[in-house]
Design a protein around this ligand. Sequence first.
Ligand code: SF4
Length: 352
Amino acid sequence: MNELSEIIKKIQDHQRIDTHEAGILFKQADLLTLGQLANAKRCHLHPDPVVTYVIDRNINYTNICVSGCRFCAFFRSPGASGGYVISRKDLADKIQETLDLGGTQILLQGGMNPDLDLNFYTDMLGFIKQEFGIHIHGFSPPEIHFMADKFNMSVADTIQCLKQAGLDSIPGGGAEILCDEIRTKVSPNKCNANEWLEVMRQAHGAGMRSSATMMFGHLDTMDHVIEHLDRIRQLQDDTHGFTAFIPWTFQPENTRIPVEKKTGVEYLKVLALSRIFLDNVDNIQASWVTQGDKIAQTALFFGANDMGSTMIEENVVAAAGVSFMMPLESLQRLIATAGFTPRQRDCFYNPV
Ligand code: SF4
């Protein structure tokens, strides 16, 4: 038996593969072999032919940011034209519209705005909870790390403070690639890989769940991708706090990283590898926002069991020139015509 066959046998026997084996698998296995292995893993974890989705809305409370990530077409520097901080009225209107559309949560994220004080965040959370009672999935690790730094608090205290004000769970954004060799090139002012993971460790320790993401296809290589997967898997072994893993490809339009966009095949291969490697993460999400409906539908046969959000509003990827939009009925149809039952879920993947 050659090395690839031994690795395939190991996966089929539900044994964990290491980073070296993941590298060989990715380099040597063809697309359909990866897909079959990932799909078998997905069917083992989720035997019912169901694909879940969540109805929510991205609310970007500010686009003013000092981070200056090279891949970001969304932010405005402090003082630049076009910068905003959301008004209470706009915030309330967006949440009400989400609830009217059957939404169960909001995804609340923003730039690292140096003009906001701690009360801004806690008041905003309190307002949302008091007025609407909706689940708040908010503040990715770089934002929490930025707040802790700015307000001279520990990460644990910052998380407690946000939790007490109404924060329910944490999105896994800002991970890009959890490898500082790449982070220092694409987002030098963001928290480093250890700091990102430490925010998640503290959040999980405080009883909060989170998702994990990976944006690949910029300056990274396959080794960086595997390192990222390994770091997520290691933390998940310790905390079991990640609900889902969401990989997507970098969208280069309007950004300062001049690379060619990854193809659908490259996306599907990484998605499949993620499903195979992350044996301790229950859910893998397809990214129709970045891949479009056809690849997202195909992703359901490459390890994904969740279609993510209906995205009533999405600004960050749209700023990078990608604006796939999908009404709820279209999302359900996409799932159904692939042979699965669409099922609405909440943030914790419970049926709604
Ligand atoms: S990705 Fe986020 S942190 Fe980076 S520049 Fe854009 S808004 Fe700021």
